[in-house]
Design a protein around this ligand. Structure first.
Ligand SMILES: [Zn+2]
Length: 413
């Protein structure tokens, strides 16, 4: 069964990564679920040799993946809240946003970002399909349209006079199944001189730093800048600026507008396109060899766990997030090697990680069961977690991350 590229329709024949079978990364299990069968799905990425969109391979019965109401509340990460506030400040000044402007955020979650615009008196609208997070945003005084974003919704909002001076999309672009429809929607909702900013993980950094654990079923697209330029072009849009961010291990923030608008292109655009070409991202050869590197990380991770067990050391994990689930399931780790994972989110405590069935416990557990090693699964916020658990480090617990290399925090990198 050959799949067509979700952007250009070309036949996908080149595999980029095969992580085997995995359950949905956010399908946390209750104790009673451990007595029932668990569904797993193939987790494979293909790369299009025409437009270089890296994308998940389709599988049968995809609809059931999204049956549950996965409630991830953005506001639980302090560093992400600070990132959002700094962005709101910067963009309001850059675009001279006022009480006469209209800001729309796609995937507005619990209002972690738009609340900054509400406080500044700039009218805004959130678009969010998940009821629980949309409800949380409304309590902050943020109007929310509870829906999935695409061309149809964009057209109806425009017809209702809700076109945007600014459309924001943070960590949503890579998660939409129909990326062409989403991009067309961006174009359809924009005022003639309006601006789109999107943030998404940069494929160049994923490859450079072997971040294969950012791969999961709900993450449909893995984006180079060159591919996003093509996606925008096909929707009647152009990109006039780009910034590289440290978030999520290396993200891009792109600035887009309608082709006919007056926004002047900055040198950063050609600069990054040139850098991606220099690295070979427009050639099939670039995408070969990633599988082997992912397997090497997995082998180092397993060797660490096995050696620690042999040496009688105690181990715990921190951060019950999608990244950790991908690493644990690809590595086949179960509670014998990693007895529990701590997470501050109340919604996850008392549950079990999908696939590995490792229990999720409150962080306070670490005080009574102080481990020799604490494995920090979301390596992108390892420093924040390290600060929150400084007391453990003082008592001798060593913090470890595995991507791209095995690193004991505090040791020189
Ligand atoms: Zn393609």
């Amino acid at each position: 069964m050959t799949q067509a590229c979700r952007h250009c329709g070309n036949a996908l024949t080149r595999q980029f990564l095969d992580l085997g079978f995995a359950p949905p990364s956010n399908a946390y299990l209750a104790a009673e679920d451990l007595f029932a069968p668990e569904l797993t799905y193939p987790l494979r990425l293909m790369v299009c040799e025409t437009c270089f969109l890296v994308q998940t391979q389709d599988y049968a019965d995809a609809g059931s993946l999204f049956d549950k109401d996965y409630a991830y509340f953005s506001s639980t990460s302090k560093s992400w809240l600070a990132h959002a506030a700094a962005y709101a400040d910067m963009i309001s000044q850059r675009l001279n946003l006022t009480g006469a402007s209209h800001v729309v955020e796609v995937a507005s979650n619990d209002g972690y970002l738009l609340k900054n615009f509400v406080e500044a008196g700039i009218p805004c609208l959130g678009i969010e399909p998940t009821a629980s997070t949309a409800g949380a945003a409304r309590t902050l005084g943020i109007p929310v349209e509870q829906a999935f974003f695409g061309q149809r919704l964009a057209d109806s909002l425009s017809a209702a006079g809700k076109s945007a001076d600014l459309i924001v999309g943070n960590n949503v672009y890579a998660h939409v199944p129909d990326i062409n429809d989403f991009t067309n929607g961006l174009a359809g909702l924009l005022k003639p001189e309006g601006v789109i900013t999107l943030e998404f993980p940069h494929l160049m950094r994923l490859v450079e730093f072997c971040q294969f654990d950012t791969v999961y079923h709900e993450h449909f697209s893995y984006l180079s800048f060159g591919t996003v330029v093509r996606l925008f072009d096909a929707a009647g849009l152009r990109i006039f600026d780009v910034e590289e961010l440290a978030t999520h291990g290396g993200s891009l923030r792109i600035y887009g507008c309608l082709k006919a608008s007056g926004h002047e292109e900055t040198p950063a655009v050609i600069g990054l396109l040139t850098e991606e070409k220099r690295r070979g991202m427009e050639t099939a050869a670039y995408y070969a060899g990633f599988q082997r590197r992912a397997e090497e990380v997995k082998n180092r991770f397993l060797a660490f766990l096995l050696n620690a067990r042999r040496d009688g050391k105690t181990i715990a994990g921190y951060g019950a997030a999608a990244k950790g689930n991908t690493l644990l399931n690809f590595s086949g780790v179960q509670p014998d090697l990693l007895p529990f994972v701590c997470d501050a989110a109340l919604s996850k405590q008392g549950k079990f990680l999908p696939g590995s069935h490792i229990p999720v416990l409150p962080p306070e557990t670490l005080k009574d069961h102080r481990p020799d090693y604490l494995i920090i699964l979301p390596w992108n916020i390892a420093d924040e977690i390290g600060r929150q658990n400084a007391e453990l480090a003082e008592k001798g617990t060593q913090f470890v991350t595995f991507i791209p290399e095995t690193r004991v925090l505090g040791d020189p990198a």
